[in-house]
Design a protein around this ligand. Sequence first.
Ligand SMILES: CC(=O)N[C@H]1[C@@H](OP(=O)(O)OP(=O)(O)OC[C@H]2O[C@@H](n3ccc(=O)[nH]c3=O)[C@H](O)[C@@H]2O)O[C@H](CO)[C@@H](O)[C@@H]1O[C@H](C)C(=O)N[C@@H](C)C(=O)N[C@H](CCC(=O)O)C(=O)O
Ligand SMILES: Nc1ncnc2c1ncn2[C@@H]1O[C@H](COP(=O)(O)OP(=O)(O)OP(=O)(O)O)[C@@H](O)[C@H]1O
Ligand SMILES: N[C@H](CCC[C@H](N)C(=O)O)C(=O)O
Ligand SMILES: [Mg+2]
Length: 493
Amino acid sequence: MQLRTLLAPILLKRVMGPDAVDIVKITADSRQVTTGSLFIALKGHTVDGHDFVRKAVEQGAVAVVTETEFANLPVTQVVVKNTRDVIPILSSVFYRHPSKSMKVIGVTGTNGKTTVTHLIDKILMDQGHLTGLIGTIKKRIGREEFDVQNTTPEALDLQETFHRMREIGTVYTVMEVSSHALELKRVAGTEFRTAVFTNLTQDHLDFHGSMEEYRNAKGKFFARLGNTYGDTPDESRFAVINADDPSAPFFLQQTTAQTITYGIDQPADVRATQLRIEAGGASFRLESFAGSVDIRLQMTGKFSVYNALAAAAAALCEGVPLAAIRLSLESVSGVDGRFERVDVGQNFTVLVDYAHTPDSLENVLKTIREFAKGSVYTVVGCGGDRDRTKRPLMARIAVEYSDVAVLTSDNPRTEDPELILDDMEAGLASVTSRRYVRLTDRTDAIRWAIARAKAHDIVLIAGKGHETYQIIGSTKYHYDDREVAAKAIRGEL
Ligand SMILES: CC(=O)N[C@H]1[C@@H](OP(=O)(O)OP(=O)(O)OC[C@H]2O[C@@H](n3ccc(=O)[nH]c3=O)[C@H](O)[C@@H]2O)O[C@H](CO)[C@@H](O)[C@@H]1O[C@H](C)C(=O)N[C@@H](C)C(=O)N[C@H](CCC(=O)O)C(=O)O
Ligand SMILES: Nc1ncnc2c1ncn2[C@@H]1O[C@H](COP(=O)(O)OP(=O)(O)OP(=O)(O)O)[C@@H](O)[C@H]1O
Ligand SMILES: N[C@H](CCC[C@H](N)C(=O)O)C(=O)O
Ligand SMILES: [Mg+2]
């Protein structure tokens, strides 16, 4: 595509050099530059892409987009105020607005995004649609699965993904939209059909600064949804909101799209009544404008009912019959690394779960407490280079709801694991129960809990879920809680 065509929608720019240049690739990573590339310099959290402009040119970039002017560059330079602002526009133009060719359903919220996207995807696939999925665990284009670096990819990666999905005729794409993505404009340039809100509780305050900023980042997603009212159902836009979340009024107020609420405690368009939470699943009656149906999920916990309601509400917006929604929801045995049982024939329960926020940990432990017959052991750590303020809260929740909490490491990254544990322990000063141990090495922690578990006890290993790594410093080591737990149970550690 010609540079001139790419730049057309960007009005505030200074172009130095010819714009009749053919661009074969766009990238913001100098290491990915090949001949004919357009390199966009992005100021990151660790380095500044402007430092790699000359390297990009040496490697074959035929044009660069920057925020500052470079002297003596042998290629066309485009200077803009903010390169992060223009990346989504350039990406979307380059791939010819692929998100407009499909229905994109985005799910945001502190907890439950991955689960809800998987449920919506299952319902739509069961309807015979070709779907795509983008989120924390993986990216799926048709039947092909790919590893991911982020929950929501950067704009270029995202638009290229949509482009590949469009090429194979994808009808629906269901994706997680993280607050980082909203703040960093990764989904600008994407046209959403539906925005789903799960809940808002504390996380990522390191990045957003305050709960208000964090909420505002998520609010943007609803604010930009659907100011257009088309003639056909395909042009409709929907906001699916959790009526029980205290932030519901805020999110409802943000949008001009058609709204549909779901909930358990508050009145809602899609509501669960007659809840029964058991060890093997949760059952409830779903009541809605489309009728009522009894549903028996294989996933347990009140939070799983919320996730199912969110998915059902999004599916109702697509005209999926309630009976079909029920069949699809009932067929899901669980999501990778979420409340996943490790069973190698032992007489106690081992659960691996991705709870890495205070609210998710509390939800999961409350659920476990509802059916625990023996003692509850919780192995948990907090990520390094992430929100420090959630650490004492998570430790406190772990100790309050467990018979014994085992505080350990979870991706310390560039922080000292002992200091992360100190932050966690600081939350225990006012807790009367002191039944916890501190074992920095995660394998020691898992082995310790499993060695003590007796018949009917429950060992919860929280925080890493599907992750198959432990990041220490900047090295990513292979690490899988499920593998380690199985070995510990078999006495192989
Ligand atoms: C804070 C954050 O979001 N960081 C993201 C960001 O990294 P960064 O700002 O550090 O980038 P950088 O390394 O400073 O590089 C700046 C620029 O220079 C370029 N560069 C760099 C080196 C070089 O040799 N040449 C070069 O051109 C880079 O390509 C980049 O364009 O850009 C990277 C490339 O796209 C992302 O992978 C990275 O996500 C990191 C891995 C991350 O951990 N992000 C988390 C916080 C995150 O985004 N999480 C949310 C989910 C959270 C949740 O809901 O729980 C997510 O959506 O994943
Ligand atoms: N609706 C919910 N409310 C509260 N906690 C939940 C909910 N759904 C799941 N959880 C808990 O949160 C954990 C993470 O769930 P999930 O992966 O679906 O969320 P996520 O929003 O995608 O997380 P991430 O931000 O890391 O991508 C689960 O393992 C479970 O402990
Ligand atoms: N998307 C989340 C994942 C956290 C998972 C946990 N294991 C950790 O490393 O803190 C984040 O990047 O904050
Ligand atoms: Mg997720």
